[in-house]
Design a protein around this ligand. Structure first.
Ligand code: GTP
Ligand code: MG
Length: 301
């Protein structure tokens, strides 16, 4: 039975793309569950992380970045992010302070007001990447955001370096409602190994390709087979692209690019699964998959 002082609840992490939402989730989980790249619109799904302490359990939802969406894929990503607002006990609106410092913020007012107007729970403004700017540069950013929404607290952090993240955790835990433990202590996520494996492959593509190529790419796991002793996993995966030229780029000269993607993904997947991994990758052209509801459904989007 739950102890009477036990707290639990859902924290939705939302904000513009590239702000460091997934980095923050990984920091609290002390492992890489959500992929991280320097490109915006990396995360496409809602990623649930479970952060447990002796007297609390926080379900943290990492979400796709909020942006002006045109393609169906992007519209669905924004929908997924905004949907988490309705199930959150606390909203954590995370922004990249280093990208905003010294900038004209007014041009974003109508876009951000629209997102913030949908928040019904107490919201904390988290200004991230403070390792990249001087603290006095934060004040105009805090003033501006405060004019958009009545945030209950403002916490500056560096998700990458861990500055301020303990303070933020305390702030969050103190605001969790009383509630039961939903998951066992030692489970970091409800995401399947298959999903995380597909994401790790996608991360390597994001890190190695440019312009529209990463945004035209998705990864589907075709098979995932463990040997009986649990010492080796053989994974077959298909990389979807939208055009033949993109297929050429992903494969690279004499397969060099695909080889490099496979090698670095294998390393991460072995770390995740704790056993030897044999990864086989195929590249397939699927025209306009970013507007194809069936494909998006297969990708859980
Ligand atoms: N210097 C610095 N870089 C950071 C910090 N937090 C995240 N980053 C970097 O910012 C980039 C984006 O981080 P992500 O965690 O992928 O950002 P995100 O908000 O999840 O982005 P989307 O999934 O695209 O919405 C990566 O290159 C991170 O390493 C930070 O505190 N300081
Ligand atoms: Mg992300």
């Amino acid at each position: 039975m739950a102890k009477s002082s036990y707290r639990s609840g859902v924290v939705a992490v939302v904000g513009p793309p590239n702000a460091g939402k997934s980095t923050l989730l990984n920091r609290y989980l002390e492992q890489k569950i959500a992929i991280v790249t320097p490109l915006p619109q990396t995360t496409r799904n809602r990623i649930l992380g479970i952060i447990s302490g002796s007297d609390y359990q926080m379900i943290m939802l990492d979400t796709p970045g909020l942006h002006k969406a045109r393609e169906l894929l992007n519209k669905e990503m924004v929908r997924i992010a905004l949907e988490t607002l309705t199930e959150a006990d606390i909203v954590l609106f995370l922004a990249d302070a280093s990208a905003l410092a010294g900038k004209k913020l007014e041009k974003h007012r109508s876009e951000y007001s629209g997102y913030l107007a949908r928040i019904q729970s107490p919201a904390i403004l988290v200004l991230n990447k403070i390792d990249l700017l001087a603290s006095e540069q934060l004040l105009p950013i805090i003033d501006w955001y405060s004019s958009l929404h009545p945030f209950t607290a403002v916490v500056p952090v560096s998700a990458l370096k861990g500055q301020g993240t303990d303070i933020l955790l305390k702030e969050l835990v103190s605001r969790l409602p009383k509630g039961p433990q939903y998951y066992p202590d030692d489970i970091p996520t409800d995401a399947t190994e298959r999903f995380i494996v597909a994401e790790l492959i996608r991360e390597k593509i994001f890190l190695r390709t440019h312009q529209e190529v990463p945004y035209s790419t998705a990864v589907l796991i075709d098979s995932f087979k463990e040997n009986s002793a649990n010492t080796k996993v053989v994974i077959h995966a298909t990389i979807l692209v939208e055009r033949g030229t993109q297929k050429g780029i992903i494969i690279g000269r004499q397969g060099a690019m695909l080889g490099a993607i496979r090698k670095s993904a294998t390393k991460d997947i072995e770390k995740l699964l704790g056993c030897q991994v044999v990864l086989r990758l195929w590249v397939k052209v699927k025209k306009k998959w970013t507007s194809n509801e069936q494909v998006l459904k297969e990708l859980g989007i």
